[in-house]
Ligand binder design. Structure first.
Ligand code: ATP
Length: 618
């Protein structure tokens, strides 16, 4: 069975993370705080590199995305508009025995025999409970175990020495009503709000309630108009943000995967409604449809230019939401590949219609095959969500328009000009479709029919003059989940020669140089030779303005390599007697450059070192 192996691997990874200072439990000296984590020296660098590569890829290397950094606590009405106050509530179930809480959608279906009881009595103490209860036993377990669990349940309810009443059994197939850990019946699913509440100002009253943001996205919508005004952008364009988010997760687990405090990297990419594209371009390009300007097929990763030079110029004016959605899925997968997650470790999961949020037209989850991921029927790791890429229609901005009373429409000169040139049949058709889509949204949000119809007519009328609420594609990723995926993906064990050439096992973190916490380690061969030490320090100072450098002179050189292998440092530079010219002039001012993965060594001129390394880590 592969299961124990995965657990063992995860244990090794967790232990390395602590030992080498990637991740520590928050507040560890006080026993820790469930769902909160701290990043040590290497983890902090790793996270910075992740955020840096994302930010560069998403905004600095593109013309059509700008950045934002908003406050964590915002006006509570934002969370009403977004639906978080009323519906950011996952359905929860509690174990009737232990009170442990689970997310209803995460209960594994189970089969077996259910033992039902109508109550229990303690005749000596004259106490009784008539609460119905049941326990599910997997095939092969003796009835006594069900009776034991049921007795505990009634004992908790005040029946000290319970005699169980009305036992009957029933075969159960794939039920999610029982606690997978102990077989106890669970409560009915009920909503639980995941937002962390606080009070703003000195008075702890209901009027001062605020929330720590459960996602970074809403600030982008709330600031949409301000950014549009100053950024000199036109639709289509995006706004991105990196920042902390907080969710009072019921069941934080799988190390940092499900935390209560985490960081998100989110892009809201605003696009024209398809009706506007049709009015302007005559036809909307869709995947698989007639699309002269469809995405070119992706070349293999090795042949691909560095990301963002990639598909510059690919997006076309006639792209509808489906093309943009597909484009962003591809862009995001390219990004993961560019920082070292192989495509084969990722799964592109298209949510089924019944799984979609009510406003979403399509959502693709990018999953990473973590060692703790569930396995599919074939025994393959199924993957867990790293990022969701949702086509969210015009829902978000429309909601903020309704709740704030401020218009979130944009004026599209091209639409206005194109509309004037349309024939009457096209005008009628597009107007009707736009009106219908607005009506659908308004009615869904609870507007009464007359009001919704009037508003939808007005929106459609404004559309003919070039005004609309932009639609949005949202790639939303988690920094911490990505850090964990990169750590899991980098972890490796192999054998390397020690000083005497004897093979010993080593743990090696094969981070892509772009995200490796330390890029290069510099070692003087010997600590007690001042000339070597001085030269090594000169090299450290030479490289430092360009890369993260770690200088290490302690211990045998093999040990020092091993430490850097565990930290995932891709390059090691050793200063030896050749460097000083003691073995002849030809090797003077050269060093040994050692490559972490292949362990190959080459002689490099000090004057060429910085250029060479920068090229390798770019
Ligand atoms: P899940 O179903 O796993 O709870 P979600 O669908 O609620 O995730 P989103 O709301 O789409 O997640 O959030 C976007 C991203 O934020 C996720 O893909 C994930 O990377 C990250 N994220 C969400 N919740 C957490 C969490 N509790 N801990 C760490 N990262 C998280």
């Amino acid at each position: 069975m592969a299961e124990p192996k995965s657990t063992e691997l995860m244990e090794k990874i967790v232990s390395l993370c602590k030992r080498r200072g990637f991740i520590f439990q928050s507040s560890e000296i006080y026993g820790g705080l469930n769902g909160f984590w701290d990043y040590g020296p290497l983890g902090a660098e790793l996270k910075r590199n992740i955020k840096e590569t994302w930010w560069r890829a998403m905004t600095q290397q593109r013309d059509d995305v700008v950045g934002l950094e908003a406050s964590i606590i915002m006006h509570p009405r934002i969370w009403e508009a977004s639906g978080h106050t009323s519906t950011f509530s996952d359905l929860m179930v509690d174990c009737l025995l232990t009170k442990k809480r689970f997310r209803a959608d995460q209960i594994e279906p189970q089969s077996g025999t259910a033992y039902f009881y109508s109550g229990a009595i303690d005749e000596n103490a004259n106490t009784k409970s008539s609460d119905p209860y049941s326990v599910l036993l997997p095939p092969g377990k003796p009835p006594e175990s069900a009776r034991k669990v049921a007795s505990q349940f009634y004992h908790e309810r005040g029946v000290e020495h319970p005699t169980l009443l009305g036992e009957r059994t029933e075969k159960v197939e794939r039920s999610t009503c029982y606690n997978p850990e102990n077989g106890s019946l669970l409560t009915e699913p009920r909503p639980f709000n995941l937002m962390l509440k606080t009070y703003v100002g000195p008075v702890e009253s209901e009027d001062n309630v605020s929330y720590l943001r459960p996602e970074t996205a809403q600030a982008i919508f709330a600031q949409f108009k301000n950014v549009l005004e100053v950024a000199r952008q036109k639709i289509p364009f995006g706004i991105c943000q990196i920042g902390k988010a907080f969710r009072n997760e019921i069941n934080p687990r799988n190390y940092t995967f499900r935390s209560r405090e985490f960081e998100q990297m989110e892009l809201e990419f605003f696009i024209r409604p398809d009706e506007a594209i049709e009015a302007i371009c005559g036809i909307v390009a869709t995947p698989g449809g007639p699309q002269p300007s469809a995405l070119p097929p992706s070349p293999p990763a090795s042949a691909r230019p560095r990301r963002n030079e990639v598909e510059a110029g690919s997006p076309q004016p006639n792209w509808g939401w489906q093309m943009w959605h597909k484009y962003w899925v591809e862009e995001r997968i390219n990004y993961y590949e560019s920082i070292g997650l192989p495509r084969s470790s990722l799964v592109e999961y298209w949510q089924k219609p019944e799984e979609l949020a009510h406003y979403a037209r399509a959502t693709v989850d990018i999953l990473y095959k973590f060692p703790f991921s569930k396995r599919d029927e074939k025994g393959e790791l199924a993957g867990e969500e790293l990022e969701g890429i949702a086509a969210r229609s015009d829902f978000d901005l429309s909601q903020h328009q309704r709740f704030s009373g401020k218009p979130m429409t944009v004026f599209d000169e091209e639409l206005k000009a194109a509309w004037a040139k349309l024939d009457d049949a096209s005008k009628t058709g597009l107007l009707e479709r736009y009106r219908e889509s607005r009506l659908k949204y308004l009615s869904k949000m609870g507007d009464v029919t007359d009001k919704a119809e009037k508003q939808a007519r007005e929106d459609a009328e404004a559309f003919t003059k070039g005004y609309y609420v932009p639609h949005v594609i949202e790639p939303s990723a988690g920094v911490d989940r990505l850090a964990l995926a990169l750590i899991c993906s980098a972890y490796g064990e192999d054998r390397a020669p020690d000083e005497k050439g004897k093979l010993e096992s080593r743990v090696v973190m094969r981070f892509h140089p772009r995200i490796a916490p330390i890029k290069v380690a510099v070692f003087p061969l010997l600590k007690n030779k001042p000339e070597l030490v001085q030269k090594a320090k000169e090299i450290r100072d030479l490289l430092r303005p360009h890369l993260t450098v770690f200088y290490d002179e302690a211990g045998a050189i093999g040990r020092r390599y091993r430490r850097q292998d565990e930290a995932g440092t891709p390059f090691g530079v050793t200063v030896d007697f050749e460097t000083l010219g003691e073995q002849g002039p030809e090797l003077k001012d050269t060093v040994t450059l050692r490559e972490r993965d292949s362990m190959k060594q080459q002689r490099v001129k000090i004057s060429e070192l910085a250029g060479l390394l920068i090229e390798k880590i770019r």
